[in-house]
Every structure is written in structure tokens, then in C-alpha cells.
Design a protein around this ligand. Structure first.
Ligand SMILES: Cc1cc2nc3c(=O)[nH]c(=O)nc-3n(C[C@H](O)[C@H](O)[C@H](O)COP(=O)(O)OP(=O)(O)OC[C@H]3O[C@@H](n4cnc5c(N)ncnc54)[C@H](O)[C@@H]3O)c2cc1C
Length: 441
């Protein structure tokens, strides 16, 4: 295994940096066990694309991206087993070549499997990625291996666990047969798309709404499963649409100084990039997941029960449209739907959920982006849950109110990691734990 000493760890968008003493690039489970076992404190990271400060901040780090083999396929069970540093896009290409899919995908393919699972990464019209785990090998704080299968009662604790119960080593995913989606996209007035959510969730296999703050519009994307041979009227809109992110970047360049200009920029972006329709077909991965982004961003995301989403949405919209409020929000706010599950730290634990993203296209000035604060206040008021990999300030006191299994999770963590080996300063505060002085028992 390669080791680097005394370097600087920098997150994807350069918003988080730390000095480290030792960084290990592991390539096998044995190396992973060795480093975990021999370190007093250790943290591990994938492609560093989380906005939350959860992946580093400790003197000893493990880079998981070099632990990236696809290990095996089981054709009769339709499963694939991979090392946790495999990039999501590589896993998806591999299963597509088998005629399989994972039926709910995030809008990013460059993240690692370990990072995606740890933070509860999700797509829309389905479940969190972690709900498709059928088996997992985990390196515990003492360096031993725990194997968990979908029938194990603790799987619900491990599936979304922020990398604080152990390091996911090898993961087996249960796949489904691949299908083709007929995708239609187009703008709609807020009152219309909001009133049609229930009906559309029943009617379509895929539903995502890119809400366009300060325009009274949403951009609705629906997908219906079709026979792959069915012809569709391909229409990808004007060629210049591909410059949307670059145009946004320019228009939002000074919105940290003049936040109100965001409202004007959004109207221009709506006219230029969201006022036409599109129609196409493809697999879920090929037709709906963004494959490249020209620049970095800073993200927050909150989730709320499907039943009270319209109330929360109206309050949010009223709040940000007040001119006394500096919460002008960059386009788009991504509205997606995640179905209820049983994972303790899942956003959808016990209820069907709507997730609402919030983006700052100026990653460097994200600290001044009032929208992150306003959104957190409104969502928390209604019992909303933050995305673990994105920006939020809520801690133990607030989280214990919105996660029914929060205390159970904390107890289990303490049992598995009594010296807080896996907790960096951010996680210590999040979980309301104190640094242990004598870290090796
Ligand atoms: C442009 C962009 C688009 C995004 N789109 C979506 C989306 O559509 N849906 C969504 O839900 N999220 C989305 N995210 C969030 C993203 O999926 C998460 O932040 C994810 O954790 C990033 O993966 P990573 O490999 O960069 O992990 P890192 O940021 O490197 O690590 C995240 C966490 O995972 C832990 N970890 C890493 N490897 C392991 C392991 N093997 N075992 C245990 N813990 C581990 C780390 O310690 C850390 O706590 C997006 C983020 C960006 C930047």
C-alpha cells in the first residue's frame, strides 16, 4: 500500500481543507484492516464530493478510491459484488452490460460506492441506493470483519451509517432487469405541478421536478417504462442548452454581493434554458444521470414527508420571495421522491418523502448564501431531515427529534467504537460525543 505523509487534504470544491500526517492508499481488505486496527483515530474518504465535513479532519486518513475492483457477478441471483472504492458510473456500466440496473440513481456518477452509501445517497421515484444492498463486509474499529446480510437485524443500522460504525469493504448489490424509459420534460406553473404530484407518482415510473425559484415555474421530468423497440420523437431541444451551467456560473458570479440579482438571473435562465420541451428515451442511467459538470458547487438538501410537502413548499416560496429576505436561490431546486424504508438514518425511515435540493453555484462564497439558513429553518420546523453528505448546521439536539432511531444508532456506535476512533471534530459535535483522551484500549 502507498503511504503519503504530511500533506493537505482538499475537498472536491475546495471548501474543506485539512493537514494530515499519514494518508494510506489501500488496495485490499487486509490493508484496510491493518490501517484501521493500528490507528488511534482514522477517517476514510471517496471522491471527497460531500459538502458536509465528514470525510477528513483527522491525522490518519484512508483513501478508498484505490480499493476499486469489481469482484464478481452472480447471474442467477442478479447480484454484483464490488470493493467500496468503485466509482458508481463504473458499477452502472458493468451491470448495464449484463442487462441489469439499480432502479433509483442519484444525479452524479463520479462518487464512490462507499461514500454514496454512507451518506444515504438517493435518486427519485424509488429508494435510497443503500436499500439495494444484499450483503456487506464491514471493517470494525478493532480491525475485525463483520458480514451483514439483508436478513440480519442490524442491516437497518449499517445501511446508512456515515462511516461511523465501520468501513464498508465489499458490497453486494441486488440488481433488477434493465428497462427503457420514455422521458418527457417541460416547464409548468408552480400551482399545476404542485397539485399533480400525487397523480403523477401513480402514473409515471420516474418523476423529478427542477423548481425554478423566483419564476413561479417548475421544470417537470417524467419517465415511463416502454418497450426498448418503441420509437419516440427524439427532441433534445436547441443545441445551446448544454451551456446552461456555464451561463448560470456567469450570471451568478456576483450574487453573493448583490443577492437580489439572482431573481433576474433566474428569469433569464428560465427563458434561455427551461422554457422549451424535450423528449427522449434510454436506460435510467443513460437518460437521467448527469455525466459531466463544468464546475464545482455547494449543496444542501432537506427531506420532508410527502403529505406535508405542499405546506412546506408554500411557506418556503413565500419566505424567499420577501424582498426583506436575502435568500435568493440559484436554479434549480431539485424536487425528488423517495419511498419509505426501514434504515435507521434514512431520510425516508417510516414515510414516503420528498427531497428538496438547494445549490450555490459559487462554492467559494457558500458561507454567505442565506438560502441554506432559511431552508434549514423552515424544514426543521416541520420535522425535515438533512442530507448527510450536504451542508446543514443541525446537531444532536435537533436530529434526535427527527430520527426515531437516533438514540439506538448512537448506542450501537458507542458499543462498536468505544474510543471514538472514527469520529472527526464535525462528527463528535453532530453526535454530541466528547473526544476520548486514551484512545487505544
Ligand atoms: C454534483 C453533486 C451531485 C450530487 N447528487 C446527489 C444526488 O443526486 N443524490 C444524493 O443523494 N446525493 C447527491 N450528492 C451527494 C453525494 O452523493 C454524497 O456527498 C456522497 O457521499 C459523495 O461520495 P464520495 O465518494 O465523494 O464520498 P466522500 O465525500 O469522500 O465521503 C462521504 C462519507 O462517506 C464515508 N465513506 C467513504 N467511503 C466509505 C466506506 N467505504 N465505508 C464507510 N464510509 C465511507 C466518508 O468517511 C464520509 O463520511 C451529490 C453531490 C455532488 C457534489
Amino acid at each position: 500500500m502507498k503511504q503519503e505523509n504530511n500533506g493537505l487534504w482538499v475537498s472536491w470544491n475546495e471548501n474543506i481543507t485539512y493537514n494530515y500526517k499519514s494518508l494510506y492508499k489501500i488496495t485490499s481488505e487486509k490493508e484496510l484492516q491493518e490501517v484501521v486496527c493500528n490507528s488511534e483515530k482514522v477517517r476514510f474518504f471517496g471522491t471527497k464530493q460531500s459538502s458536509a465535513d465528514i470525510a477528513s479532519g483527522i491525522e490518519t486518513l484512508i483513501d478508498i478510491t484505490t480499493y476499486n475492483e469489481i469482484i464478481s457477478f452472480n447471474d442467477s441471483e442478479r447480484t454484483i459484488s464490488v470493493q467500496s472504492g468503485v466509482i458508481l458510473g463504473d458499477l452502472l456500466e458493468a451491470i448495464e452490460s449484463k442487462g441489469w440496473c439499480i432502479p433509483c440513481l442519484p444525479d452524479i456518477n463520479t462518487i464512490t460506492i462507499g461514500g454514496a452509501l454512507a451518506t444515504g445517497t438517493h435518486g427519485t421515484s424509488g429508494k435510497l441506493l443503500s436499500e439495494y444492498i444484499s450483503k456487506c463486509r464491514i471493517v470494525l474499529a478493532d480491525g475485525t470483519i463483520k458480514e451483514i446480510t439483508k436478513d440480519d437485524e442490524l442491516i437497518d443500522a449499517f445501511k446508512v451509517s456515515l462511516g461511523v460504525l465501520g468501513v464498508m469493504s465489499v458490497i453486494t448489490f441486488q440488481c433488477e432487469p434493465i428497462y427503457t424509459l420514455h422521458v418527457k420534460e417541460g416547464p409548468e406553473d408552480d400551482q399545476l405541478w404542485l397539485s399533480k404530484i400525487g397523480e403523477r407518482l401513480k402514473k409515471h415510473d420516474f418523476l423529478r421536478i427542477l423548481w425554478l425559484p423566483h419564476t413561479d415555474k417548475g421544470y417537470v421530468i417524467t419517465g415511463d417504462k416502454i418497450d426498448p423497440e418503441n420509437a419516440v420523437q427524439e427532441n433534445m431541444g436547441p443545441k445551446y442548452l448544454k451551456h446552461r451551467r456555464a451561463a448560470s456560473k456567469i450570471l451568478y458570479k456576483y450574487t453573493h454581493i448583490f443577492p437580489w440579482f439572482t431573481a433576474i438571473a433566474n428569469k433569464l435562465l428560465y427563458r434561455g434554458f427551461f422554457s422549451t420541451t424535450k423528449e427522449h428515451k434510454g436506460s435510467l442511467y443513460q437518460a437521467t444521470v448527469t455525466k459531466s459538470r463544468g464546475s464545482t458547487i455547494e449543496l444542501a438538501e432537506w427531506t420532508i414527508g410527502l403529505d406535508i410537502f405542499p405546506t412546506v413548499f408554500q411557506e418556503l416560496k413565500t419566505e424567499i420571495n420577501k424582498w426583506s429576505n436575502k435568500s435568493f436561490i440559484h436554479i434549480p431546486m431539485d424536487v425528488r421522491f423517495v419511498y419509505k424504508d426501514t434504515s435507521w438514518l434514512s431520510y425516508a425511515y417510516g414515510k414516503d418523502t420528498v427531497t428538496m435540493g438547494c445549490v450555490s453555484r459559487n462554492a467559494a462564497t457558500a458561507d454567505t448564501y442565506e438560502a441554506f439558513k432559511s431552508i434549514e429553518k423552515i424544514f426543521l420546523k416541520y420535522g425535515g431531515r438533512p442530507h448527510w453528505g450536504k451542508r446543514f448546521t443541525a446537531k444532536d439536539a435537533e436530529l434526535s427529534k427527527v430520527y426515531e432511531k437516533w438514540e439506538d444508532f448512537k448506542l450501537l456506535r458507542k458499543k462498536l467504537d468505544p474510543t471514538n476512533k472514527f469520529l472527526n471534530p464535525y462528527l463528535l459535535e453532530l453526535l454530541n460525543e466528547k473526544e476520548t483522551t486514551n484512545a487505544i484500549t
